[in-house]
Ligand binder design. Sequence first.
Ligand code: UFG
Length: 327
Amino acid sequence: MNVLVTGGAGYVGSHAARCLERAGHEIWIYDNLSEGNRGAVRQQRLIVGDLMDRPKLVSVLRDHRVESVMHFAASAYVGVSVERPADYYQNNVVGTLSLMEAMRETGVNRMVFSSTCATYGIPEIVPITENEKQQPINPYGFTKLVIERALSDYAAAYGWSYAALRYFNASGAAAEGDLGEDHDPETHLIPIVLQTALGQREAVLVFGDDYPTPDGTCIRDYIHVEDLAAAHISALNRLGPGVQFQLNLGTGAGFTVRQVIDACERVSGRKIPCRIAPRRAGDPPALVANAERARRELGWHPKYTTIESIVETAWRWHQSHPQGYAD
Ligand code: UFG
């Protein structure tokens, strides 16, 4: 299939792009490189462009006879979204609607969309099923929910087929050691902890130890980026007339911030200094997936089921690329 991968130079997008190529698809990566890295993609596949450039999107979709879009391009920092909501509405909502209109203009009506567990807000029942109410508590989660809703409306009105994949916490790096997490600035827990292990940071700030969890720190479900990538390929293969679905992608196991730091200490063999800091705005106490639907409907089984196995791949990446793709 001919697939356009927006945000394909980003963290999850680059792993998915590689997985798509290996599965025999023809891909083009569309990325404005505001967050993505050239080093994460094969240059001959990269089209540098912005979601707001609708004429360019139209010609890319037409010229390459694109049949499906995997849409990763987005701003994805919960904390920043609280401080700068305008950027998030602009990029994630207005930008995505520009892409969707370019698709409509060219008759492309299949999309695999990067959604998030942040659309659930503070769930009533954990592990979270797809039937949980979606009541996001930060602008990031809300922007993703808006697009889920738009896709559902486009499906009803224009016959689109789509999959909204609600990731839990994407983490880890490619087994080959050449793709990994490189955000600027980095805000995610595992990279920050490992950068501290490498001596690049003084200490990890633990955002809150007074949450209603066993050790007071937030619980998250860390899912390996290659497992996420594999789910995207399966989801793409299922798209077709009348097919729309939403799936949680997580392992079903939750770890506190302290447990993640402990795992990083075990894997790296280094003592990692940490300090308790105030809670970060927009953080729900616990997010863990019930991913039964993805197992049932896609036959998807994460390969990385322990936090250590996930951290090991990330540790290899950070050791070999202490400056990220600049190395
Ligand atoms: N944390 C710290 N110190 C840090 C960084 C993070 O204590 O320096 C904590 C956070 O407060 C949170 C946990 O570690 O409790 C995980 O934080 P991340 O920033 O790594 O991930 P988030 O859970 O905030 O966000 C991720 C993705 C989003 C997604 C979200 C769903 O980045 O795209 O999960 O919660 F929407």
